[in-house]
Ligand binder design. Structure first.
Ligand code: SF4
Ligand code: SF4
Length: 307
């Protein structure tokens, strides 16, 4: 009798966990990765690992290199960025944007913001696609700027005229860098010390610019889940370029779909039009988070090796 009464209670308690199984596992992985990426705080050593994630190489406890920063640094120093490009190519073509869904600290930050109980907004498919061009434009602009700095460096042996952005232009405004490095240094040491010897007037201006950009991003990600990933992040754009051909990714079995159901699409944080794909979901926005798999009660979706 007692068992009969306990069973429904247990299933009521466990249902939310079962319904969000992958999301819970992903959160655990994301937090573990966040700890490892900030390993210096636990006594881990700094490594030479380069990852395609939004996390500053110069963060106070960072153990890894940011691939997009490595790419910019190589270009501005007139070195061919073979290492950074290989990282993007390798990760993108093997894992797609899995690092965005499971590893990137700024992705985790956005996922936490998604938990704020404010009604989330969606944009239409064409708008989602159009807005993603902002990220492409930022990427192209930063690459051109890095290239120009690189040529100047090659010709004159110096790039100091480019000020704080001379080594990695995007890092001067990157919200991930603001969150995980600048704010920490500022709160720890104050304006003067946190400028690392840079011209203080310029540093102050950049600091306030950073804060404004960061606040705009905060508002965006509160209203639109993963808005920064979808529309702005240059690392995401580069990974997305290679992820179309990725070996690992999402597969949909349309034979299992219930007619009229679009639970998977409704659950997707980046609004991938899953049902427009026949089998392999090769959308450049997909971060392989698995939330659509949690949402599908027919088992029509799975993350799998696609060869
Ligand atoms: S797209 Fe999002 S998850 Fe991917 S690197 Fe950029 S911020 Fe991180
Ligand atoms: S399609 Fe599925 S796996 Fe891809 S981002 Fe959307 S919910 Fe995540």
């Amino acid at each position: 009798m007692a068992t009969k009464q306990i069973k429904p209670i247990l299933s009521t308690i466990l249902r939310p966990i079962q319904n969000h199984r992958i999301r819970i596992i992903r959160f655990i992985v994301q937090f573990i990765m966040f700890g490892l990426l900030n390993g210096l705080i636990f006594g881990l050593a700094r490594s030479q690992i380069v990852l395609p994630i939004a996390f500053p190489t110069g963060g106070p406890f960072s153990t890894v290199w940011n691939a997009f920063e490595a790419l910019q640094f190589a270009l501005t120093t007139w070195i061919f960025p073979y290492l950074a490009l290989s990282v993007f190519m390798l990760f993108g073509s093997i894992l797609g944007k899995t690092t965005c869904g499971w590893v990137c600290p700024f992705g985790l930050f956005q996922d936490l913001f998604r938990l704020i109980p404010i009604k989330k907004k969606k944009v239409s498919r064409p708008t989602n696609k159009s807005l993603s061009r902002i990220g492409t434009a930022i990427l192209i602009f930063i690459l051109i700027m890095s290239f120009v700095i690189g040529i100047t460096f090659f010709n004159s042996g110096t790039k100091t005229t480019f000020g704080a952005g001379k080594d990695m232009p995007y890092s001067t405004i990157d919200p991930a860098s603001t969150l995980f490095a600048t704010l920490y240094y500022y709160l720890q040491w104050g304006m003067q010390e946190a400028s690392f010897g840079a011209e203080i007037g310029q540093w102050k201006f950049l600091f306030f610019l950073r804060i404004i950009i960061f606040i705009v991003v905060l508002v965006l990600i509160t209203l639109y889940p993963r808005a920064y990933c979808r529309w702005i992040c240059p690392t995401g754009v580069l990974l997305g370029f290679f992820s179309r051909f990725s070996i690992f990714g999402l597969r949909v079995n349309k034979n299992r779909c219930t007619s009229g159901c679009d639970s998977c699409e409704k659950s997707c944080p980046v609004q991938v039009p899953i049902l427009t794909y026949d089998k392999e979901v090769t959308d450049k926005m997909c971060i392989n988070c698995g939330e659509c798999i949690d949402a599908c009660k027919e088992g029509a979706l799975k993350l799998t090796i696609r060869i």
